[in-house]
Design a protein around this ligand. Structure first.
Ligand code: BTN
Length: 317
């Protein structure tokens, strides 16, 4: 961790003189480092005359050493464009798989359908896991839905009981988005390829902090009314992913289909599905063994798959 950040992480006031003495630098150099901390990490530092400097609130950063002992090799970065992009670059540079990349902040976090994923420093979870997929398309069928299921279990495990899924893999609480998943492939999906499983969870970010998000959203902290330990969340998520991914690898999505539907918040609801210029209104019957959405449209069952679809309750205006 950056030495200055380590000194400030308790959220208390520290005088410029004390910071300078601890770092062995002048007060002017402290001031310069504070400015670059704000610029590089987007982290506001408050200055009060006579008291010194402090962060808006105490920081609990992700613990790379502890997290590495648990599941896959983990790298925790202070700031990166996107953990998915970084994972793809590492894959290109022949880093051995599996591995995961986490970041305290993303400057160009990516969501589905070309959206931006707002990623302030040390507030949320920005997580990418890289796996090798053998066995072609069958091993990819339903994979993103299974990741959604593991994430629901991990978030419920932290006390957010009302969280559920919206096909294909949005996580919602009371109609507001709390987490999302972006899967990206590298290689030949019909043969051997790698998949980057990108997961973003709104953990401690509070409404008002991210006015640029263009859809209703919430966070674990907003739901629970108290801050959440992100290291604990990552541990729980790793455990859930290990269990669900190995079940999916051995038995396919069909073994998890019923459980997935049990977590689907829009099961049996009238919906409008937007696929490009096409709009289809129907009732959600569930999903099939490939993870495609089953809709009852004018009395006929139809199946829809692919990332270009959007689902809206038909009474939404
Ligand atoms: C969605 O639109 O619902 C998907 C959001 C996925 C965001 C995560 S954050 C970690 C990883 N890195 C990215 O750039 N995106 C994913």
């Amino acid at each position: 961790m950056l030495p200055l950040l380590r000194l400030l992480q308790d959220g208390r006031f520290h005088s410029g003189e004390a910071l300078g003495a601890a770092l062995g630098i002048s007060r002017a150099a402290v001031w310069k480092q504070l400015r670059s901390l704000e610029a590089e990490l987007g982290l506001p530092v408050y200055k009060v005359r006579g008291r010194g400097y402090r962060l808006a609130s105490p920081l609990r950063l992700l613990d790379e050493r502890k997290l590495s002992e648990e599941a896959w090799p983990v790298s925790v970065l202070h700031s990166v464009d996107s953990t998915n992009s970084e994972a793809l670059r590492r894959l290109e540079a022949a880093q051995s798989v599996p591995f995961s990349v986490l970041a305290e902040r993303q400057t160009a976090g990516r969501g589905r359908r070309g959206r931006t994923w707002i990623s302030p420093f040390a507030e949320n979870l920005y997580y990418s896991l890289v796996l090798r997929v053998e066995g072609g398309m069958r091993q990819l069928e339903g994979l993103s839905l299974v990741v959604g299921l593991a994430l629901v279990r991990a978030i419920r495990g932290m006390g957010v009981e009302g969280v559920g899924l919206k096909w294909p893999n949005d996580l919602l609480v009371d109609g507001r988005k709390i987490a999302g998943i972006l899967l990206e492939l590298s290689g030949d999906p019909a043969d051997v390829c790698h998949v980057v499983i990108g997961i973003g969870v709104n953990v401690n970010m509070m409404p008002g902090q991210a006015s640029t998000i263009d859809q209703p959203w919430t966070s674990m902290r907003a739901v629970l009314g108290c801050g959440v330990d992100r290291n604990e969340l990552v541990s729980g998520l790793n455990k859930q992913l290990m269990g669900y991914l190995s079940l999916h690898q051995q038995r396919g999505f069909s073994a998890l289909l019923e459980e997935w539907q049990g977590c689907h918040l829009w099961q049996g609801r009238q919906v409008r599905l937007t696929a490009g210029a096409q709009e289809i209104v129907g009732v959600v019957l569930g999903v099939d063994v490939t993870g495609a959405l089953r809709l009852l449209v004018d009395g006929v069952e139809r199946h829809f798959s692919g990332g270009e679809l959007s689902l809206r309750l038909s009474d939404d205006s």
